[in-house]
Design a protein around this ligand. Structure first.
Ligand SMILES: Nc1nc2c(ncn2[C@@H]2O[C@H](COP(=O)(O)OP(=O)(O)OP(=O)(O)O)[C@@H](O)[C@H]2O)c(=O)[nH]1
Length: 357
């Protein structure tokens, strides 16, 4: 009976994990499942990123469960610091591709379970800390649940990507912008009334959205053909993803020859520099058979807009200005408004409360 109850609990938990499609919620759901099966024990989930050029891995804490409390590291970034030996055990798990067991000085055990993506590369490691080393059946159970999580994540990832460029697709973009707007609105709501004047300085993290449009793309299609145009889209996408921006910034295919870049930057000048770098990388690249592929970029801070459409509309206004001014340039919406270069649209209504849906 208890065996059957246990099996039912596992099935329930697997169903729970696979009912989410937000990565952070999924991570927490994974830890909640493991916590139910192994109560009171510490579980930590780390992300592993492989740096091709440096031939090493960057490891960051994604979520953890300690004393039955589950926390996503985004809510508690200071917990990213880990001791050297933990890096070693994870590094061994990554190198050897299998479960690693280490005994700490106090006799407790750390077991590292690697999780593989669809290419067979390790993208995450789960570290289980417990007094007694789990038997092989428990280790298999944890490894199995981690595999379900990894397979499900791979499926979600596939459904969120554009087939031609492998960038994130438009549907995913709306969700991401909404998430940021809600987060920034929560930040503002935590402010006292007297602090509202300097509200922009109070966002814990500042986000910027850039709309990137290939210049004169119709001419490329008309001159060289649609297939060649597709090739240019793939190359531009690859240029943007290979080192032009930071690893945790996101790039989406927004429409035909338009892309969206969502990045974090503390200052407006940092965001401007990042978008400028992107523009320069494309204009400096030598494309096969074709001279002078360039992009125009309009960007805006994702802050207190009412909806994703609002954010995209403002970036589009700045992009339109860049096109009018001769293309191959970057413009910031807020600066254009402040400088009187573009008009502020009339307010939709007088209610300043945030309505996202
Ligand atoms: N090859 C290819 N072309 C596409 C795709 N999606 C849209 N397009 C083409 O992209 C072109 C966009 O042209 P326009 O909107 O006129 O813009 P443009 O020629 O880039 O001019 P500016 O944006 O003003 O610099 C059209 O010819 C579309 O047919 C696609 O997936 N593949």
């Amino acid at each position: 009976m208890s065996h059957r109850c246990n099996s039912l609990r596992i099935i329930d938990n697997l169903a729970e994990i696979t009912s989410h499609h937000d990565r952070q919620v999924l991570e927490k759901s994974l830890l909640k499942t493991l916590n139910e099966l192994f109560p009171g024990q510490s579980m930590r989930l780390f992300r592993v990123r492989h740096h091709q050029r440096q031939d090493d891995q960057e490891v960051t804490l994604l979520a953890f469960c300690v004393n039955d409390v589950i926390v996503s590291s985004d809510e508690n970034p200071s917990l990213n610091q880990e001791s050297v030996w933990l890096h070693e055990i994870m590094s061994d798990a990554v190198k050897q591709g299998g479960i690693q067991v280490r005994q700490a000085e106090d006799g407790s055990n750390h077991i590292a379970y690697p999780a593989f993506d669809s290419h067979g590369d390790i993208f995450a490691v789960l570290v289980h800390h417990c007094q007694q080393q789990p038997d092989s059946a428990s280790q298999r159970l944890i490894h199995g649940i981690l595999r379900v999580y990894a397979n499900y994540l791979a499926l979600i990832d596939k459904s969120q990507r554009d087939k031609l460029t492998n960038l994130y697709n438009r549907e995913t973009l709306d969700e991401q912008i909404t998430k940021i707007l809600v987060k920034q609105s929560d930040d503002l709501n935590k402010l006292s009334v007297s602090a509202v004047d300097s509200r922009r300085r109070h966002y814990a993290v500042r986000y910027w959205l850039g709309l990137v449009d290939i210049d004169n793309f119709k001419r490329i299609n008309d001159t060289y053909g649609h297939l060649f145009g597709d090739e240019v889209l793939i190359l531009v996408a690859r240029l943007m993803t290979s080192g032009a921006i930071r690893d945790d910034d996101l790039i989406f295919r927004y429409g035909g020859e338009e892309f969206v870049v969502l990045l974090k930057a503390a200052q407006e000048s940092d965001a401007q520099q990042a978008f400028e770098r992107l523009r320069r990388i494309v204009s400096a690249h030598v494309f096969p058979q074709i001279d002078g592929v360039t992009v125009s970029i309009g960007f805006v801070e994702v802050a207190d807009q009412v909806s994703p459409a609002d954010v995209l509309g403002q970036a589009d206004d700045a992009l339109y200005y860049a096109k009018q001014q001769g293309r191959d340039q970057v413009h910031n919406y807020q600066q254009l408004v402040t400088g009187g270069k573009i008009a502020i649209p009339p307010p939709v209504n007088n209610d300043s409360s945030l309505e996202l849906f």
